[in-house]
Design a protein around this ligand. Structure first.
Ligand code: NAD
Length: 259
């Protein structure tokens, strides 16, 4: 294990463009459940209730959606970045990060200290709410206050349009700019590090493939195996926090520096 950690540290040190690709597993140590682990979101909810088409279809579906979304927002609101988020933010400070491509909607990369321009949020953010008609943005907490006061499916103050957390639901189009940017950067990087993703949600899961096909080294750090483990240069089946913290230590100590 120690050899793998040192190897990854060495690649971080010597690669010009390093991408960290994060998934829900990065934030479980911060108390936010992922979707697919036992006890995760899919153990408690039916994925169909999250389909965008259903959300649009009826007031009753929107009320149900907001009920689930409210429950899921609770841990996000109070969560603190863990060792893995902090290590990734530290990589930016060390000038070692091309970007973070994240599937996460919890905003923890920013709480850890990563800057806005370094983080591509592929699936949007739960920290804001958008009007589907006029695109007005609201702070999530403001809308949650309204829900607390009895609104079941809140509407836009300006145009009366449907409000939805600014996340990308199943069946909703991916954000064009972010998706293009993520593909582009993935194709140009030298090192692509997956942290805490099952790599089954498309199109996000195709990014490691694009990186690999364009000559990058691929590292996968995930508790369980993924469909891409066989093509990775290093696979670490472990906890994101301690693993990233120890890789960062090796980077800082320069144990991986090739001279
Ligand atoms: P996923 O639920 O499909 O997979 C999470 C993976 O993380 C699993 O393979 C699991 O083995 C691994 N894992 C769990 N805890 C870990 C830990 N401490 N260390 C290392 N690995 C760990 O998540 P995904 O791949 O991100 O894709 C599912 C979707 O979930 C994404 O679209 C994302 O938007 C959404 N999501 C995000 C959050 C969040 O923002 N925190 C939470 C739940 C779901």
């Amino acid at each position: 294990m120690e050899d793998k950690l040192k190897q990854v540290a060495q690649w971080i040190t010597t690669s010009k463009k390093v991408i960290v690709f994060s998934g829900a597993g990065l934030s479980t140590e911060s108390g936010i459940p992922d979707f697919r682990s036992p006890g995760g979101v899919w153990d408690r909810y039916n994925p169909e209730d999250f389909y965008f088409q259903n959300f649009l279809a009826s007031e009753a579906s929107r009320e149900k959606y907001w009920q689930m979304a409210t429950e899921m927002y609770e841990p996000i609101k109070t969560a603190k970045p863990n060792h893995a988020h902090l290590a990734i933010a530290e990589l930016e400070k060390l000038g070692k990060l091309d970007c973070v491509i994240t599937q996460n909607i919890d905003g923890l990369h920013f709480k850890a200290g990563n800057s806005e321009e370094k983080v591509i949020q592929l699936h949007g953010t739960a920290i804001f709410v958008s009007c589907l008609s006029c695109k007005k943005r609201y702070d999530r907490d403001e809308i949650q206050e309204r829900i607390k006061k009895g609104q079941k499916a809140p509407r836009c103050n300006d145009c009366g349009g449907i409000l939805k957390p600014a996340t990308i639901s199943f069946g909703q189009s991916m954000p064009e700019k972010e998706t293009q940017e993520a593909y582009h950067r993935s194709s140009l990087c030298n090192l692509f590090i997956v942290v805490g993703s099952s790599l089954v949600v498309q199109p996000a899961a195709s990014m490691p493939l694009i990186a690999k096909e364009n000559g990058a080294r691929l590292v996968i750090i995930n508790r369980d195996s993924t469909p891409y483990d066989d093509m990775a240069d290093v696979v670490i089946h472990g906890q994101a926090g301690p693993t990233m913290a120890s890789i960062l230590e090796h980077v800082k100590q320069g144990s991986g520096v090739v001279v």
